[in-house]
Design a protein around this ligand. Structure first.
Ligand SMILES: [Zn+2]
Ligand SMILES: [Zn+2]
Length: 826
């Protein structure tokens, strides 16, 4: 046992342990261990996007707390880390920083630029995760942009294609005209915007009569394919089946009826265009209307727009409104507030385009998703509805192809002669069809020798939605099912609709099995002002800076204690500073203990003679072990850390240590056995505290353990020590009750001294305690040594009767009178 140094250099200690843990290899998953039960964490591979932000800090703290806790519980923990490299954001950033468009240079060159940026970002994020002290098994690190990972994405596609889940078809899809690619529903954000409703006359063919329609997107008039009214709307039902002339383009379309039309919106007459919005798509399918595609892939008007061809949608709107106004067809305009779908990466308004795309047939899995979501554990429980509601809300299958460059290639070709689809063999992957031909002699259908490579690539979620299987070792390890389904999938409230959903559908389709047994949800990190943290709002905190200033152990306490699991958590500097003060308190208490324990010989068995407060402390330690364990089991990290911090600070440091100091300092007065009893309690309770804190505060606890316990406890690291088991037999309710009285009495005497502005060691000549009843008197009598020692009482009189005096705050029947020595030696 060594004495602790006075100062704790947290940055030095944290860095030293982070390296040492890696060197020791204690966080590596043991693939050959057949005894311990595996616990696998489906760590999300993040998009490398620059420095770690506080949202990442919150998430990775959660994952790491679970990993460290489960390891101490005896599980063989798999805590991998990958990087999801193919984000659209990387392409956008490469374009921005180099002021280029991806189509302007060879795709090889553009790809290289993307890889360079991703590698730079991975280094930055990894540095942050290391600094946070995460117990990741870095031997399992992977990057989805490496061909070895593509192989898995491509193989999963081939298998799903064979199972009939993948199809190619021309369907309307969400389209980002800025990034010129299809995007999934999950990548569309909705923002409130002010728009203008234009009231426009459509003339009934062959008459002077007209209908007025109200639209916020008059630029779509050239793509108008029908006019729709509610059949129960008496104003308009006489027009059903008639034709009207579409202004500007002078084309005739039919008036159709549908009960879905809301007579109260606008004029109650609706223009159906292909496609102004998702409602148009539904109507076109339902009424088998023709489709007039109006937009090009970069969001301009195509040849179907006549004289407006080549203009942007915005320019077209201005021009059409002007033309309508000149023709006397624009009745009026009014401002409205509307919700607009925008690309979640570049914020461009999302359009709906038809283009041949690859889809995964996800909608047929909706019932299975619901059933699976209901069959697994969610922390917190109500979050399961987010997944179920999202799955049920989807109108379209998942569009998995993208018109991008930096992504996993879709491993298919088409016969040049007959168009036959050639799917890659399972053992050809990884393969880039743009660089290699299919390994066949000719087209199986027509014998053709020439093939056209698929130029589309996969949505990045195709890479990352197979992680549960990949982490388990699929497809290379024969025993991958040992680690599948993953024990825990962590997800954020913002990515349930993507990460959790896509994982679910991919694995259900591939393996007919849930990908994970439980889901741990984290909320978002808000700024100090309570708004979502963002650089533009000036409430942004850079994680590397915060980690450098306060150290990981303090920041992790903020993350764990900031709020209930799943709720949004503001970044409060006060929380971090409280965490920092707690570390100092624990360090000082441990340094103090290390001196008092200098001559202590650890023994397994408790000494025969324990004082009341020793029994009280041991019993309360048992109780807090139970409560903290329960909280960790339920992923209630805030409850776990608050319980153990309060226990450490108030019960252990302020109450117990203060009460027994005298026994440890002056055994010649209180007795040698009493000293050893206090040493036993001190030694064991402090170790218990370190263990209970270890998942949240890994560095400082490990450092204290190195000085005080590494010899005796016989394990290389606190983090591989076994978790203390709550034992009911060790709970001593009587000692707790009696101890509480004694602690309250000592506390009240000290308070009185403080109020009288006397030093705490001011001697009391006589302390008369009116216990109020016999049982309280008995309790106090059991702790005479500690009361006298800690309150510096020369003569302690305990009476069972009620009497006058200062009452205890929590036991008001107990009162006392202290006669201080006239010349207090202070
Ligand atoms: Zn975009
Ligand atoms: Zn062919």
């Amino acid at each position: 046992m060594q004495a602790l140094p006075k100062e704790y250099n947290f940055l030095e200690v944290e860095r030293r342990w982070q390296q040492k843990w890696i060197d020791m290899g204690i966080f590596q998953y043991d693939w050959n261990d057949s005894k311990r039960v595996p616990f696998s964490i489906d760590t999300p591979p993040p998009y490398p996007s620059g420095e770690l932000h506080m949202g990442n800090v919150l998430n990775w703290t959660y994952f790491d707390v679970v990993a460290r806790y489960k390891r101490m519980r005896g599980f063989n923990v798999l805590f991998p880390q990958g990087w999801d490299c193919h984000g659209l954001g990387i392409e956008i950033q490469v374009e921005k920083t180099n002021n280029i468009r991806k189509r302007d240079l060879p795709s090889d060159q553009f790809r290289k630029m993307c890889i360079g940026l991703v590698e730079k970002y991975i280094v930055m994020m990894k540095e942050g995760i290391l600094k946070l002290g995460c117990s990741i098994d870095w031997t399992l690190e992977y990057r989805t942009m490496d061909p070895d990972y593509w192989r898995r994405t491509q193989l999963s596609f081939i298998l799903l294609h064979k199972k009939g889940y993948m199809y190619r078809g021309t369907h309307p899809v969400n389209w980002c005209p800025h990034d010129e690619t299809a995007i999934a529903d999950a990548e569309v954000d909705y923002v409130k915007k002010e728009g203008t409703l234009h009231y426009i006359r459509f003339q009934i063919s062959g008459t002077q009569d007209y209908l007025v329609i109200a639209t916020s997107r008059p630029e779509f008039i050239p793509a108008c394919v029908a006019i729709e009214i509610n059949p129960n709307d008496e104003r308009y039902c006489k027009y059903i089946g008639k034709t009207v002339t579409v202004p500007v383009v002078n084309r005739n379309v039919k008036v159709i009826a549908d009960e879905c039309v809301d007579p109260a919106f606008g004029t109650g007459v609706v223009m159906i265009c292909t496609y102004g919005d998702k409602e148009d798509v539904k109507t076109v399918i339902k009424h088998k209307l023709p489709v007039i595609m109006l937009l090009t892939e970069n969001g301009r008007i195509n040849e179907n727009g006549g004289k407006y061809q080549g203009l942007t949608t915005h320019q077209t709107r201005t021009a059409i409104v002007q033309d309508l106004s000149n023709a006397g067809l624009l009745d009026k305009t009014e401002k409205i507030s509307q919700e607009i779908g925008v690309c979640d990466r570049c914020k461009a308004q999302v359009e709906i385009l038809e283009r041949k795309q690859w889809f995964m047939e996800t909608r047929k899995l909706t019932a299975a998703v619901e059933e699976t979501a209901n069959g697994i554990v969610w922390y917190p429980d109500f979050m399961r509805n987010r997944l179920v509601d999202w799955a049920k809300s989807l109108d379209w299958d998942w569009v998995i192809s993208r018109q991008r460059i930096f992504a996993t290639p879709i491993p298919v070709w088409y016969c040049k002669k007959c168009g036959e689809l050639i799917l890659s063999d399972e053992d050809w992957v990884p393969i880039d069809p743009k660089l290699e031909c299919p390994r066949i002699d000719g087209c199986p259908k027509c014998g053709g020798k020439e093939f056209i490579a698929e130029s589309d690539v996969f949505d990045t979620w195709m890479d990352s939605s197979i992680t549960c299987a990949v982490h388990a070792g699929w497809p290379d390890r024969e025993d991958w099912r040992r680690l599948f389904p993953a024990s825990m999938h962590p997800s954020g409230t913002d990515i349930i609709r993507t990460w959790a959903y896509y994982l679910m559908v991919r694995h259900l389709a591939l393996f007919d099995e849930t990908p994970f047994r439980s889901v741990l949800i984290n909320g978002m990190v808000l700024g100090q002002d309570g708004r979502k943290m963002s650089k533009s709002l000036k409430n942004y905190v850079a994680a590397p800076e915060a980690l450098g200033k306060y150290g990981a152990d303090a920041i992790r306490q903020w993350a764990a204690s900031g709020g209930a699991t799943g709720s949004d958590i503001p970044y409060r500097v006060q929380d971090v500073e409280y965490g920092r003060r707690f570390l100092v308190k624990l360090w000082n208490a441990s340094a103090f203990a290390s001196k008092l324990l200098a001559d202590y010989q650890p023994s397994k068995a408790a000494p025969a003679e324990l004082e009341l407060l020793d029994k009280w402390m041991l019993s309360e330690t048992e109780n807090v072990t139970g409560r903290v364990t329960d909280a960790y089991e339920k992923c209630q990290f805030n409850i776990a850390i608050d319980e153990i911090r309060n226990f450490t600070w108030h019960m252990f440091c302020d109450s117990y240590l203060e009460a027994v100091k005298d026994r440890l300092y002056k055994p010649e007065q209180s007795g040698r056995a009493q000293k050893i009893a206090a040493q036993y309690v001190l030694y064991n309770v402090l170790y218990r505290i370190l263990q209970l804190l270890a998942p949240v505060i890994p560095h400082l606890t490990e450092e204290i353990c190195r000085f005080l316990y590494s010899d005796a406890k016989g394990c290389s690291s606190l983090h591989v020590s076994s978790w203390p088991r709550f034992r009911e037999t060790r709970v001593d309710e009587k000692a707790e009750k009696e101890g509480n009285i004694v602690i309250a009495l000592i506390g009240e005497v000290r308070r009185e001294k403080a109020e009288k502005r006397m030093p705490l060691n001011a001697p009391i000549a006589t302390l008369t305690v009116h216990a109020g009843d016999a049982s309280a008197a008995e309790a106090i009598n059991k702790a005479l040594i500690d009361i006298s020692g800690s309150c510096k009482v020369q003569n302690l009189k305990v009476l069972a009767s009620k009497g006058e005096g200062r009452p205890l705050a929590t036991f008001s029947d107990i009162r006392f009178n202290a006669e201080y020595q006239p010349a207090a030696t202070s």
